[in-house]
Design a protein around this ligand. Structure first.
Ligand code: PR8
Length: 465
């Protein structure tokens, strides 16, 4: 893709996903079409979360004293917090932070709720808007100052190994979500300087955009007992001891929607995975003067039977040229199109076109249409997934020579390098190459690409958003 940034900007506008002309930097309006996609993404995420978490809703504002309690956490966010200082004309006694994330809103309440080991574990999540005064270049959905779709989970457990297990559960949930959206990912154990502020360790999901820059699309953090100690959250064990519990948190944002648009879309517009396509199938009746009724009756019959089976179908019977209808179908990324005209009825068939491949196939009207179309939709999802994973995997290259990193990665690849694991050495690699170490990918024996020390770590290095 020639100019990904421009293409992404255009598609958000032309497919009416969001309107980024809102007069505050980093904030946009969700338009009806975009909002529907967001709704189906959230529906899937909530389905996965609800299996083992309870949904809650915490306030937007956090007292300054609570936000300031956890030293490392507040340091990590101090440049990014928006403050409410006045109520009307009156200056507030205590400044109130607009949540950049909700640890410091939720954990004081955990301290009130948790008394005994029988109160544990607690696993909650909420989907809210958060605000971060991002200083890096903002981009719609990708780096925003108002994150409108922040689904954050917070869990608390008796033992450290349970928190470690929960990190794996968080990872497993996100894997399922990204698989169902056909978004490829690499999971990285972030280097210490890129951990979530206050976390013991952070695992991040990175995907590759079409301009070959990686985008962090989700993170899962093990918080250890740091926050429990800060917020004095204690529980009584079965033996009557008082202990600090262990915590995790994990979250994702509008970036998930950005990546599904960016990864699958093409020059003609959106290509939506069937699961989140607001309309999955559009029927275009080809109407000639005297045969209109018959075609429309059949189109409605097909629509009704597909809808009964839970599919999202529309009939595009607008009185405009078919060419314009096809153009809109392509732009909106509807996975399947059915063309139905008088000649098709005579031959007892319909023509199905796939949005992802633009290939056409004839299908007999005698077939079980529900199962035929469902199998088309699942094939589309599988093919989108395969194509996206192939694209990412083709851009991952092993590099053994420090001088080659910059060129190889800058020309559009994720590099795999051996690194000793020492922070200073890692930061030196980042400085020399002007790239980011994403974290450990796998292990092997070898020597560090920068300092030559023995190492077992293979890490990814890339240009990032
Ligand atoms: C946490 N606390 O907050 P995290 N624009 C769009 N997406 C963003 C932005 C932004 N400005 N900043 C972050 N994200 C933890 C976990 C509760 C939940 C997205 O973690 O700071 C990124 O994909 O890592 C990021 O991985 C995710 O939100 C969670 O934010």
């Amino acid at each position: 893709m020639e100019d990904f940034s421009q293409w992404f900007h255009n598609i958000l506008e032309e497919a009416e996903i969001i309107d980024s002309r809102y007069p505050i930097k980093g904030m946009s309006v969700w338009l009806p079409k975009g909002f529907k996609i967001r709704k189906y993404v959230l529906r899937e995420l909530e389905r996965l979360m609800d299996e083992d978490h309870d949904e809650v809703l915490f306030p937007l504002l956090i007292p300054e004293a609570e936000l300031a309690k956890e030293g490392i956490h507040v340091k990590g966010f101090e440049e990014e917090v928006y403050w409410v200082t006045h109520g009307g004309m009156k200056e507030l006694n205590e400044k109130l932070a607009i949540r950049p994330t909700s640890e410091t809103a939720i954990y004081p309440m955990f301290a009130l709720w948790i008394r005994s080991h029988i109160d544990l574990p607690i696993k909650i999540y909420q989907t809210v808007n958060t605000m971060r005064y991002e200083t890096k270049h903002t981009r719609p959905l990708i780096r925003v100052r108002e994150i409108t779709t922040f689904t954050e989970s917070h869990t608390i457990h008796e033992r450290y190994d349970e928190a470690k297990g929960q990190v794996n559960e968080g990872i497993a949930i996100y894997k399922q979500l990204f698989d169902s959206l056909a978004i490829p990912y690499l999971i990285h154990d972030r280097p210490s300087w890129d951990k979530f502020p206050g976390a013991d360790y952070t695992f991040a999901f990175d995907t590759l955009m079409k301009d070959c820059k990686t985008l962090q699309v989700a993170t899962v953090h093990n918080l250890g007992d740091t926050f429990a100690k800060t917020f004095d959250i204690k529980y009584e064990t079965a033996d009557g001891d008082h202990k600090y519990p262990y915590q995790t948190c994990y979250g994702l944002s509008d970036r998930v929607i950005a990546s599904l648009i960016a990864i699958h879309g093409d020059e003609k517009g959106l290509v939506l995975p069937p699961l989140v396509a607001p309309t999955q199938i559009t029927i275009i009746p080809i109407i000639f003067k005297d045969k209109g009724d018959e075609v429309l009756t059949k189109a409605n019959e097909i629509k009704n039977s597909l809808e009964e089976a839970g599919l999202r179908v529309n009939i595009d019977d607008r009185n405009i040229r078919p060419g314009k209808k096809y153009y809109d179908w392509e732009l909106n990324g509807i996975p399947l199109r059915i063309d139905l005209g008088p000649r098709d009825l005579e031959n007892n068939r319909m023509i199905i076109t796939r949005r992802d491949t633009l290939t056409k196939e004839e299908c007999s009207l005698n077939e079980d249409l529900v199962s035929t179309l469902n199998s088309y939709l699942s094939k589309i999802n599988d093919d989108l997934k395969e194509k996206a994973w192939n694209f990412m995997n083709e851009h991952i290259l092993e590099i053994n020579d420090l001088d080659k990193i910059k060129d190889t990665v800058s020309s559009g690849n994720i590099g795999l390098i051996k690194w000793c694991g020492d922070d200073d050495c890692g930061k030196e690699i980042e400085e020399k190459t002007n790239l980011d170490i994403l974290g450990v990918q796998s292990q092997t024996n070898g020597t560090c690409i920068n300092c030559g020390k023995e190492t077992k770590y293979i890490v990814s290095i890339a240009k990032t958003y």
